[in-house]
Design a protein around this ligand. Structure first.
Ligand SMILES: O=C(O)CCC(=O)C(=O)O
Ligand SMILES: [Fe+2]
Length: 290
């Protein structure tokens, strides 16, 4: 038994009109294979290039340790010089990832290498985010706090991706007051005796290669595993669906602060309670269908 996943549709290239009609309007994901071939980044961007332009910068790193009450929401686990980090990525598998790094603030010259594509959505120009990972590392299954539309561009190597839309949340053992699922689920090979509701979830998968763009619709759950060391750029556009937009505001203004306060007040008990609730609530909301 494995997860019920269909391949994300792939196109060589895509016009604005077709993107809006076939993918944005119905909120369906798509991979665009050859869209950025005329960008300088398509030939220039690899780990060695990043080392040469950013080697001197100290970057925050995340690994796959479970959420700890002593840490704030999304706090980094280590720091390293970019040059040492690229050497590490190239020499051995590592769990250390760069997550949400606004590299352009520190290395403005990178801006010359790419464009903000016009797919008819207004992209947030101030926050092009970079993500790096070592062989075998993965981001936990999550959706983004602002439920944005995300264009995810991959560079060097291969990245395996699993997506679910928000309708699947009730099967995914979501942690309350957060944006992740239970961290002990292995989405590559889930234990269905432990997590039976995952059998009902219907999702998508793909393997992203260098130069490809993945469009993730608003609030989509994403799990990403770096099959080989590599990095990606995410550009985002604000959620247009009013329900998603108001959830984004709620998450940013209330959920995040509430979670931080509860960590401070209750410590590990808060984390343990949320983890238990993920199971109780998932089984409860599916009780009639078990
Ligand atoms: O690739 C990663 O490490 C995570 C990417 C991600 O979560 C995003 O683009 O929102
Ligand atoms: Fe994300």
């Amino acid at each position: 038994m494995s997860l019920n996943l269909q391949d994300i549709p792939r196109v060589k290239t895509l016009t604005k009109a077709d993107f809006l009609k076939y993918y944005f309007a119905p909120q369906k994901p798509v991979v665009i294979e050859n869209f950025i071939e005329d960008w300088p980044a398509h030939t220039k961007w690899n780990l060695d290039y990043m080392k040469s332009v950013a080697g001197h910068i100290t970057i925050p790193l995340y690994d796959d340790r479970p959420v700890d009450y002593k840490e704030g929401f999304n706090e980094p686990h280590a720091k390293m010089k970019m040059s040492d980090y690229v050497d590490l990525l190239k020499s051995e598998p590592t769990k250390y990832r760069i997550f949400l790094w606004n590299a352009l603030k520190e290395i403005p010259q990178l801006q010359k290498d790419f464009k903000f594509p016009d797919f008819g959505l207004r992209l947030m120009k101030g926050i092009p985010m970079l993500f790096f990972g070592g062989r075998g590392s993965n981001t936990f299954m999550h959706y983004d706090i602002d439920l944005a539309n995300i264009f995810h561009f991959h560079f060097e190597g291969t990245k395996q991706i699993i997506l679910f839309d928000q309708k699947q949340s009730k099967y995914l053992y979501k942690i309350p007051h957060s944006l992740i699922t239970r961290e002990d689920i292995d989405f590559n090979n889930p234990d269905f005796t432990k997590w039976p509701m995952l059998k009902k979830a219907q999702g998508y998968r793909t393997k992203l290669q260098h130069g490809e763009i993945l469009y993730m619709p608003e609030g989509y759950w994403h799990y990403m595993q770096y099959v080989t060391p590599g990095f990606s750029l995410s550009l985002r556009a604000i959620a247009r669906n009013p329900k998603n937009f108001s959830r984004a505001i709620y998450n940013l203004l209330i959920m995040r602060n509430y979670d931080n306060i509860m960590r401070r007040l209750k410590g590990q008990k808060w984390i343990d309670w949320k983890n238990e609730q993920a199971i109780i609530r998932t089984h409860e909301s599916n009780r009639t269908t078990v």
